[in-house]
Write a protein that binds this ligand. Structure first.
Ligand code: AMP
Length: 568
């Protein structure tokens, strides 16, 4: 397939902001896309591999500038000037390539296969001379590219495709392209995506036009799957009303989600954003091998930090550094030990348990785990129909420094990636949010050169809407978690997409937890809301963008503010 055809599709998708029109365009394209071009599905998501694969293109704006300069024979300073003018490096590549082709009439045929092959070479380049090898590869692509091809090559390289296609757009387009009963098919396609996290594999099966084949897709041990997510209960009473009696109560541990895969002696650990963190937690690997029976399994758990001396549990932000640490792991392991609290099992000895009732899964995991406090234990549980007992259990969880309590329906199945109404969470203060940084302002005086005020956004479908600014809670000198204005600035710099005066806009990537005193209505932000006294708590490297709080949830919190006094 020629790449121009794909670039033209991108243009078509770009020509409308309406979701339904995008779906119409995309479904027509997918209907005729041959199976052998399945990798195009990754490109549509701005990627080169399935979501769970850690190999990313990751080219910096600077390298893109250099490549455009070389391929179009334009001085670097001129490329940068053009970038400042247009505010979009992709557009710079398009404009300058147009100028060049007018004078040289370059003939070219770029195939999508070659583009994917070259894109995939980029993350494999390592060691000495990496930069110049990457530069050579990108320049090569751009030299054969037409103006709109150059535009989309650059946008893909810097991870900012801007065609407004999300997983949900693809899911709807696939259903429309291949099934007469779209709604039913959509649900099955979503389930298949949640199980495999591989949009191209799902495309291939969808093309067979058989719903049964989608249902038959198997879980694979070792391949990460998305965790099932919880909704909120407003009170214990509300929880029982939603779930029925009796129900299962568990501690809501204040740590981070860890999905555990075991296949014979091979252990893999994934966060909820499908990041493989096995190397960072060697001791956990040992616990699993020693204290859980079974040849193969997938389990769901929360890793919680505790003080090695006092054995007191610690909040998430105290151990978050373990997730990213790539060196001196043993040292950190001693300093910040974790306990694994296992609360679900999805697969056991060759069999998927997703459709089994929770009580059966829960019973099984208790049978195969040897309890080792401060290493690995099944989650603390109480099955009850009594609101008084539930209240006591909840208070005990808080006393034990945990975040609150989970309430779970005993009969429910496990739905990967879904926010389900059969697993509810209760926390004392609903006054914290996970938001993404989409902009910042450079500081003044002592803080000049650093970003010092960070614009936070919530999500609405596939958009991110601003809801406030935070600077409080971040220090000038690095805190125990290594966070400071300087380190945040360094993290955000590669994500800059626009700069004007002191204001900067970022690609949404860095997720932060913030607390606040109150949500207020506000015309000053796109979301229509503003946070009163927001305060930075922690980076959330474990959370994917899809888990940024949504406008709907914020509206609910806004309404619920007064009702939550009972846990305030
Ligand atoms: P939240 O992050 O506020 O949406 O709360 C849901 C999260 O609580 C899950 O994603 C888990 O990481 C965590 N959690 C802690 N304890 C449990 C438990 N016993 N069962 C399920 N999830 C838990």
């Amino acid at each position: 397939m020629i790449y121009l055809k794909l670039a033209e599709l991108y243009e078509d998708l770009n020509s409308t902001t309406k979701r339904l029109e995008k779906i119409e365009i995309l479904s027509k394209f997918l209907k005729h896309l041959p199976e052998k071009n399945q990798d195009v599905l990754y490109l549509l998501m701005g990627d080169i591999y399935p979501e769970y694969d850690e190999r990313r293109i990751g080219i910096s704006n600077q390298l893109a500038v250099q490549a455009i300069s070389k391929s179009t024979g334009t001085e670097k300073s001129k490329v940068i000037k053009e970038w400042k003018k247009l505010g979009d490096i992709g557009k710079v590549a398009e404009t300058l390539t147009k100028k060049k082709t007018q004078s040289t009439l370059a003939s070219h045929i770029l195939t999508t296969e070659r583009i994917i092959e070259d894109f995939r070479k980029l993350p494999t380049l390592q060691g000495k001379g990496t930069i110049s090898k990457k530069l050579g590869l990108i320049t090569g692509m751009l030299t054969s590219a037409s103006p709109i091809e150059a535009l989309y090559i650059i946008r893909t390289l810097i991870g900012d495709l801007r065609i407004g296609v999300q997983e949900s757009t693809i899911r709807k387009s696939l259903a429309k392209a291949f099934f007469p009963n779209k709604e039913k098919a959509e649900e099955k396609i979503q389930r298949a995506i949640d199980k495999t996290n591989d949009i191209a594999a799902v495309f291939v099966i969808t093309k067979q036009k058989k719903l049964k084949n989608l249902e038959n897709l198997k879980l694979e041990v070792g391949k990460p799957i998305k965790a099932m997510l919880a909704q909120k209960a407003l009170s214990i009473k509300d929880g029982f009303k939603k779930l029925g009696k009796p129900c299962v109560l568990e501690y809501k541990y204040d740590g981070f989600r860890l999905l555990i895969h075991k296949n014979k002696n091979e252990i893999k650990l994934y966060t909820r954003s499908l990041e493989n963190v096995t190397k960072q937690f060697p001791e956990v690997k040992d616990y699993i091998l020693k204290y859980i029976k079974g040849n193969s399994f997938i389990m769901d758990s929360e890793a919680v930090g505790f003080d090695a001396k006092t054995k007191e549990y610690k909040p998430f932000q105290d151990i978050s550094q373990r997730i990213r640490r790539k060196y001196a792991i043993e040292e950190l392991q001693k300093k910040l030990p974790v306990e694994i609290n296992i609360f679900d099992i999805l697969f056991y000895n060759g069999k998927s348990l997703l459709n089994e009732p929770f009580k059966k899964r829960s019973k099984l995991l208790r049978k195969i785990i040897t309890k080792k406090p401060y290493k690995l234990i099944p989650s603390k549980q109480l099955i009850t129909e009594s609101e008084t007992k539930a209240q006591e259990f909840y208070e005990k969880a808080l006393k034990d420094n945990q975040e609150g309590m989970m309430m779970k329906n005993m009969e429910a199945e496990y739905k990967p990636g879904r926010r389900v109404g059969h697993m509810l969470k209760i926390k004392p203060e609903e006054r914290d949010l996970d938001l993404v940084i989409t902009g910042a302002e450079y500081g003044k005086g002592k803080r000049s050169g650093w970003f010092s005020s960070f614009i936070l956004s919530c999500k609405k479908e596939d958009k991110f809407l601003e809801i406030g600014k935070v600077g409080t809670g971040i220090k000038e000198k690095e805190d125990a978690d290594g966070i400071s204005f300087n380190t945040l600035t360094e993290k955000l710099k590669p994500l800059v997409i626009k700069e004007k005066g002191k204001s900067v806009k970022f690609k949404p990537k860095i997720i932060v937890s913030v607390t606040y005193q109150e949500i207020q209505k506000s015309p000053n932000y796109e979301s229509g809301f503003a946070l009163r006294f927001p305060r930075f708590i922690a980076l959330r490297p474990d959370k994917p963008l899809s888990e940024v709080n949504s406008l709907k949830e914020i509206e609910k919190d806004f309404i619920g503010q007064k009702r939550n006094w009972q846990y305030g």
